[in-house]
Design a protein around this ligand. Structure first.
Ligand SMILES: [Zn+2]
Length: 237
């Protein structure tokens, strides 16, 4: 049994946002209430949802249209999250859903790519993405904006941050290109990031290595620093 009302995902829409859309249009007061009877699992978060789960829910194969990204790879398919043709490890993702308050003013939809933690800035608006946490899910049903729309503007002008943003731009472009390739390169942007993340953690005081981290272990400032390192290395190469 799948849901009665089917909505096609918006292009690039995050899984959690899509689940809220489905819950709203099917009259459920929460995503949890919608998921449990159909998936026969409780406590399912957006990071647990696989393509076959979406198939069960909607009766549609969402992989075909490629609109929904960062669905969890199926169990027999090793750990990771599909971003088009690239598989992204969990420790590259944020634990909490993020959004760009400026983008939200036009379209209150969260995007899958905002879940990838090494892209901390909305390049279109030059602001750091913001956490959605603390806002009750029911206030976030599609079409309803969260209360706090203030964004922390990125202080540009500092050479370091400019390099960080430039680096994110470069890496985001690479991610877009590589994830759309029929055969992604053997050494992809994900590997570049993973290596510098590892180096970054080795040289910092953090005890946990990236492999043991369940979610992305760096804050905004350290992420920007890591991106700068990647950028400068690539410039020098
Ligand atoms: Zn934006």
């Amino acid at each position: 049994m799948s849901l009665i009302s089917y909505k096609k995902p918006q292009e690039g829409q995050s899984v959690s946002c899509y689940l809220r859309t489905l819950a709203t249009s099917n009259g459920f007061s929460s995503v949890d209430l919608m998921l449990a009877p159909i998936l026969r699992r409780t406590g399912v978060t957006h990071l647990d949802v696989t393509p076959s789960d979406i198939g069960k829910l909607t009766g549609h194969n969402v992989e075909e249209n490629g609109l929904l990204q960062l669905l969890r790879a199926e169990k027999d398919d090793h750990e990771g999250y599909w971003y088009h043709n690239l598989k992204i490890p969990r420790h590259h993702l944020r634990r909490e859903e993020h959004y760009c308050p400026e983008c939200f003013k036009k379209n209150p939809v969260t995007l899958a790519k905002w879940q990838i933690a090494w892209m901390p800035v909305c390049l279109e608006h030059g602001v750091y993405l913001k956490k959605l946490s603390g806002v009750d899910e029911s206030e976030l049903l599609v079409g309803v904006m969260p209360f706090d729309l203030s964004a922390k503007k990125v202080e540009t002008g500092g050479l370091q941050l400019d390099i960080g943003i430039q680096a994110q731009f470069e890496l985001e472009t690479l991610l877009d290109e590589e994830s759309m390739m029929k055969h992604p390169p053997a050494y992809s942007v994900i590997d570049i990031i993973d290596e510098s993340l590892k180096r970054c953690l080795d040289t910092s005081s953090m005890k946990k290595g990236p492999r043991s981290a369940r979610y992305f272990p760096l804050n905004y400032e350290d992420t920007i620093k890591m991106l700068e390192t990647v950028f400068l290395q690539r410039m020098a190469a």
